[in-house]
Design a protein around this ligand. Sequence first.
Ligand code: FES
Length: 103
Amino acid sequence: MEKIANRKDIKLGGSLPFTHKGEQAILVRTKEDDLVAYIAICPHAGGNIEWDEQINKLLCETHLSLFDGKDGSVYRHSSAFEVRNGLTRIELKVDEDHNIYAL
Ligand code: FES
């Protein structure tokens, strides 16, 4: 179990990059105040995944597909490619002091 951050380190609607088991990952605190984390590598062709705070979605920078912040599912395919799978979710645990851990 690795500590990523404390809840106070991440603003409502914000995100925080981290490394999970050697892979690029992203922690998101959605506008609904849910904490979620994903491997930040697009399942289509390995594009970098960023959090777009304005639209509350995850964006693939390579082909511009969008993924839902709540569960990582495909929200909108790229205009050029169909993305078959959603993002890989990372299970989180939050302790009584609001420390956030990746499992
Ligand atoms: S690499 Fe992300 S949609 Fe193609």
